[in-house]
Design a protein around this ligand. Structure first.
Ligand SMILES: Cc1cc2nc3c(=O)[nH]c(=O)nc-3n(C[C@H](O)[C@H](O)[C@H](O)COP(=O)(O)OP(=O)(O)OC[C@H]3O[C@@H](n4cnc5c(N)ncnc54)[C@H](O)[C@@H]3O)c2cc1C
Length: 470
C-alpha cells in the first residue's frame, strides 16, 4: 500500500532534514527518504569530520608552540587512531542529534533509495530489497553531491585518495600532493601539515581559494609557504604514475614548463558533482542547468510540485542547503518565501581561516557603481596578538556614495565566526556609519571588522595612516 503524505523529501542531508523539520513545524505530514545515513555528506563525510580532524591538528600545533607562551610541555605527540576515534565519536553524536530531531518532529523516515514513478509518486527500494510507494503533492529533491573524478590518467592508482577516503586515513602520510587549492584542498593541507605531513598543493587557477577575492588567495599562499606548505598555482595536473620507491609521481605543467612532483600519496580535491543517479528525473522533463537541477529563487523546478535544494542545485555549503530547505517547503505549504543569495557566508577552515560575504572588489566595480575599500590587519587587533595569531586582515568593500557595505573579505583567526556580523551587515544593507556606531567589545577579534569599516573613511583608530605620519 502506498504511503500518502503532504511532503516527500529525497535525501536526509542538511537540505533534506531541515526541509523536513520546517515542514513538520508548519503542520505537514512528512516522509524523508535516505539511502545511507541521516546528516548526509555534511555530518558523515564533510563539514563535521573534517572540522573535527582540523581541530585536533590545531591543538597539536598549539602544544608545539606552547613555549611561545612560556609554557613547558615535556613532550607532544599524537595517536592518529585515537584522533580518528574522537572524530568518529563527534560524527556519531551529531548524527544522533539529527536522528532525534527527525523523530522528535514526527517525520516518517524511510531507509532506502528513492526514485520518481511520476511527478507525485515515488518508489523506494528498501534496504531489504522490498519496495514501498510514496505519494505526495510536493516532492523535494535533496540528493546532494559526490566527489568529482575526471578522466585524468592515474587517478585510480592505489595511494590516490579523495576527501571521503581522506577523512578515514589510518595514518598520516609522510608526504601528499594535493590536487586542487579550493576549500577542501586547503583544509586538508592545513590538517595534514599540522600532523607533520609534507604538503604540496597544485592549483590550476592563478590563486588558492580561487572563488575568493584574489588578495585573500595571495595572502593564504604566503602564509602556507611560511608554514612549509608548497603552493603551485597556475599549474595543471597531467598524469599520476607509480614511482619505483612505491610513492607516486605527479606530472604537472607549471607556468614555466613541465615538472614532476613526488609524494607518498596524492589527494584529489577538484570539486564535487551533483548526485541525481537513478532518480528518474529525466523521465519527468525536469530542466537542468549543466549537471545541476534548475530551480528558481523559490526552489521550484519547472515541474509543478517538485522542488530541489542544496548541492544538487549548485549550493556549496550546508548552510545554503539549510536555508533552501526552509524556503522550498514554505512555498510548498502555501507560504511565500524566496532565497536571497546576497549574503551567503563563504567559509574555509584552513589556517589562517578564510571567510567572505557579498561582492568582491572586482565584482563591486563591475556593477558600475563607485566603491571605496577599507582594510585592517589583525596585527593591530589586540585579541589577535594576545592569542598569537596575528596574520591576516579584514577588507571591506563599500559603496562610495551611501557607504553601504557591499562585501567583506577576511583571512585570519576565527574569521569563519567573525563573518556572521558581516553577513548581517550585508543582508541589512548596513552602512559604514552603522558599523562605526556599533560598539565592539575590547579586546575581541570583531574589532578588526569595525576598524576595516572605519578605514573605508580613512578613520581607523588603531593604525597610523601614512598621511598622518608626516
Ligand atoms: C570534505 C568536505 C568538507 C565540507 N565542509 C563544509 C563546511 O565546513 N561547511 C559547509 O557549509 N559545507 C561543507 N561542505 C559541503 C557540505 O557538506 C554540503 O554543501 C552539504 O552536505 C550539502 O547538503 P545536501 O543536503 O544538499 O546534500 P548531502 O549532504 O550530500 O546529502 C544528500 C543525501 O541524499 C542521500 N541520497 C542521494 N540520493 C538518494 C536517493 N535516490 N534516495 C535516498 N537518498 C538519497 C545521500 O545518501 C545523502 O545522505 C563540505 C563538504 C566536504 C566534502
Amino acid at each position: 500500500m502506498a504511503i500518502d503524505t503532504d511532503i516527500a523529501i529525497i535525501g536526509g542531508g542538511p537540505g533534506g532534514y531541515v526541509a523536513g523539520i520546517r515542514a513538520a513545524q508548519l503542520g505537514a505530514r512528512v516522509v524523508l527518504i535516505e539511502k545511507d545515513q541521516l546528516g548526509g555528506t555534511c555530518t558523515n563525510r564533510g563539514c563535521i569530520p573534517s572540522k573535527a580532524l582540523l581541530d585536533a591538528s590545531a591543538r597539536y600545533q598549539a602544544i608545539q608552540h606552547a613555549s611561545e607562551f612560556g609554557l613547558t610541555v615535556s613532550s607532544a605527540g599524537f595517536d592518529f587512531a585515537q584522533v580518528q576515534a574522537r572524530k568518529d565519536k563527534v560524527v556519531r553524536q551529531l548524527r544522533s542529534g539529527v536522528e532525534t530531531l527527525v523523530k522528535g518532529n514526527g517525520i516518517t523516515l524511510i531507509h532506502g533509495v528513492g526514485s520518481f514513478i511520476d511527478a507525485h509518486r515515488l518508489q523506494v527500494r528498501l534496504d531489504d530489497g522490498r519496495t514501498e510507494e510514496v505519494t505526495a503533492p510536493n516532492i523535494v529533491i535533496a540528493t546532494g553531491s559526490v566527489e568529482s573524478r575526471p578522466p585524468i590518467p592515474g587517478l585510480d592508482l592505489p595511494g590516490v585518495f579523495g576527501s571521503d577516503q581522506g577523512l578515514e586515513l589510518p595514518e598520516v602520510p609522510k608526504s601528499v600532493v594535493i590536487i586542487g587549492g579550493g576549500a577542501i584542498g586547503v583544509e586538508f593541507a592545513t590538517m595534514l601539515s599540522g600532523f607533520g605531513s609534507e604538503i604540496t598543493i597544485v592549483e590550476m587557477l592563478s590563486s588558492l581559494v580561487p572563488t575568493e577575492d584574489p588578495e585573500i588567495g595571495r595572502a593564504l599562499a604566503q602564509q602556507f609557504e611560511r608554514r612549509g606548505i608548497h603552493v603551485h598555482t597556475g599549474t595543471r595536473l597531467e598524469r599520476i604514475t607509480q614511482s619505483p620507491d612505491g610513492g607516486l609521481d605527479v606530472a604537472v605543467t607549471t607556468p614555466t614548463g613541465a615538472a614532476t612532483l613526488h609524494a607518498e600519496r596524492v589527494m584529489v580535491a577538484i570539486g564535487r558533482v551533483p548526485y541525481t543517479q537513478g532518480l528518474g528525473i529525466d523521465r519527468l522533463g525536469i530542466e537542468m542547468n549543466r549537471h545541476f537541477i534548475k530551480v528558481n529563487t523559490r526552489m521550484q523546478t519547472n515541474v509543478p510540485g517538485i522542488y530541489a535544494i542544496g548541492d544538487v542545485v549548485g549550493g556549496r555549503y550546508a548552510h545554503t542547503a539549510f536555508m533552501q530547505g526552509e524556503v522550498a517547503v514554505e512555498n510548498a505549504l502555501g507560504h511565500d518565501a524566496e532565497m536571497d543569495y546576497r549574503a551567503i557566508p563563504n567559509v574555509t577552515f584552513c589556517s589562517p581561516q578564510v571567510a567572505s560575504v557579498g561582492l568582491t572588489e572586482e565584482q563591486a566595480r563591475a556593477t558600475g557603481q563607485e566603491i571605496k575599500v577599507g582594510r585592517f590587519p589583525f596585527i593591530a587587533t589586540a585579541k589577535a596578538v594576545i592569542v598569537g595569531e596575528s596574520a591576516g586582515f579584514v577588507k571591506v568593500v563599500a559603496d562610495a556614495k551611501y557607504g553601504q557595505v557591499l562585501g567583506v573579505h577576511m583571512i585570519g583567526p576565527e574569521v569563519t565566526d567573525l563573518i556572521a556580523e558581516a553577513a548581517l551587515a550585508v543582508i541589512m544593507e548596513a552602512t559604514i556609519e552603522d558599523v562605526a556606531h556599533t560598539i565592539h567589545a575590547h579586546p575581541t577579534l570583531p574589532e578588526a571588522f569595525k576598524e576595516a569599516a572605519l578605514d573605508v573613511e580613512q578613520r581607523a583608530i588603531h593604525v597610523v595612516r601614512r598621511a598622518a605620519r608626516r
